[in-house]
Design a protein around this ligand. Structure first.
Ligand SMILES: [Ca+2]
Length: 339
C-alpha cells in the first residue's frame, strides 16, 4: 500500500508542468534571416506554453525592424508582446526583408498586419527591460542576445530609475538567471584563429564591457556552431505550404534564396537557453571571455572556477539533432484557434 502511494506521488511529481521560461529576446533583425528563425521558434514555444515572451528588444537602428517584429508577433497570434528599440545604434540601413511588413495584398490590405507603424513609436529598449526585470521574481529571467551588445551593455551600465532603485548590474544580478549570446568565435574558422565575428565587431566597446562586467552566467554560441548546423534549404522550399505566405520563408528568400543552407547562428543560442539539459550541446569549462580592441574573442579557463562564462561545444552527432530541433520548431504550423 505504501509502495502504491509512493508510486502515485512520484508520478504526480513527474507530471507537474514546468514553469514557462521567462524570456527577453534581443535581436538585430533585418541583418540576417537567422533572427527570424529564432523568433518563429520562440512563438511556437509560447504556443506550447514553454515560454513567456516578456519582450523583444532590437539593436538594429532602423524603424522598420520593430514593425517587422510586430508583424511576426501578430502572425503567430501574440499581438501584445512589448517591443523595445535601440537609439543611436548600429546598422541604420534598411536590411533585406524587414520591408515585408509593408507588402500589401491585391485588395490593399497588409499581407502581414501590424499595429506599430514605425520603430519610432516603440519605447526605448533599456527602460523597457528595466521595467520588466523589476516586476519579475528573483533569478527568473533568461536573456537571449542574437545581435549587437548595445542594449544589454546599456542595461548593465544603467543607473537607478523610476522602475527600480537598483543599478543595472544589481538588477541583472538579482533577476537574470542566464544570458545566452550568439557572438564571437571559439574555434578556428577557415584557418583563422582570430576570426572577427559580426555581432561583436559592430559594437566592440559594448561587447568588451559586457564580457568584463556581466554578473550572471553567460553562454556564448560562437560563429562555428551555427555554421556546423546549417538550415536545410529544402525545408524553406517545401515545409511552409500550410499557409499562403509565411514570413520566415519570404524573409529567407529575400535574404539569400534556396539553394542555400543558412547557418543557424541565432537559433543555436536560443535552443541552448530553452533546453540546457537536453544534451543538444556540451559546454566548455567555465572561464572568462576577453574581447580585444579589434573584436577578436579569447576564452581563458578560470583556474579558480569562479568565473561563469562558457561557450557551446557541439559534436557532429549533436549537430544533426540541433539542426532537426531547429527545423521542427521553425516549421510548426501556427495555432489558429485555441484548443
Ligand atoms: Ca542576428
Amino acid at each position: 500500500m505504501i509502495n502504491h502511494v509512493l508510486i502515485i506521488l512520484l508520478l504526480a511529481a513527474s507530471l507537474v508542468q514546468a514553469e514557462p521560461i521567462k524570456l527577453i529576446f534581443d535581436t538585430d533583425v533585418g541583418n540576417d534571416v537567422d533572427d527570424v528563425m529564432a523568433l518563429c521558434m520562440i512563438h511556437n514555444l509560447v504556443n506550447r506554453g514553454a515560454v513567456e515572451l516578456l519582450a523583444v528588444t532590437i539593436t538594429k537602428d532602423h524603424p522598420q525592424a520593430a514593425v517587422f517584429v510586430d508583424a511576426v508577433n501578430i502572425f503567430y497570434g501574440h499581438p501584445d508582446v512589448p517591443i523595445g528599440v535601440v537609439t543611436n545604434g548600429a546598422t541604420p540601413e534598411a536590411g533585406k526583408f524587414n520591408l515585408l511588413a509593408d507588402v500589401r495584398n491585391e485588395d490593399g490590405s497588409l499581407r502581414y498586419p501590424h499595429k506599430l507603424q514605425s520603430g519610432k513609436d516603440a519605447p526605448e529598449a533599456v527602460g523597457l527591460i528595466r521595467k520588466l526585470l523589476a516586476a519579475q521574481p528573483d533569478n527568473s529571467v533568461t536573456l537571449v542576445q542574437v545581435g549587437f551588445f548595445t542594449n544589454f551593455r546599456r542595461l548593465l551600465e544603467s543607473p537607478p530609475d523610476k522602475h527600480s532603485p537598483l543599478t543595472g548590474r544589481e538588477l541583472i544580478a538579482k533577476k537574470v538567471k542566464l544570458l545566452s549570446i550568439m557572438a564571437g568565435a571559439f574555434q578556428t574558422v577557415k584557418g583563422d584563429n582570430r576570426y572577427l565575428e559580426y555581432n561583436v565587431v559592430k559594437d566592440i566597446p559594448a561587447a568588451q564591457s559586457l564580457a568584463r562586467n556581466w554578473p550572471t552566467p553567460v553562454v556564448w554560441s560562437g560563429f562555428e556552431i551555427g555554421v556546423a548546423a546549417a538550415f536545410p534549404h529544402t525545408v524553406i522550399e517545401h515545409d511552409f505550404e500550410y499557409v499562403k505566405h509565411h514570413p520566415l520563408k519570404e524573409a529567407y528568400c529575400l535574404y539569400q534564396p534556396p539553394p542555400h543552407d543558412r547557418p543557424t547562428w541565432d537559433p543555436t543560442a536560443l535552443l541552448y537557453a530553452m533546453y540546457p539539459d537536453r544534451g543538444y550541446f556540451d559546454l566548455s569549462p567555465s572561464g572568462t571571455v576577453t574581447v580585444e580592441d579589434n573584436g577578436a574573442t579569447w576564452f581563458r579557463p578560470s583556474p579558480n572556477g569562479k568565473s561563469s562564462q562558457r561557450y557551446l561545444v557541439m559534436s557532429a552527432a549533436q549537430a544533426a539533432r540541433v539542426r532537426e530541433a531547429i527545423v521542427q520548431l521553425c516549421v510548426e504550423p501556427v495555432i489558429k484557434a485555441k484548443l
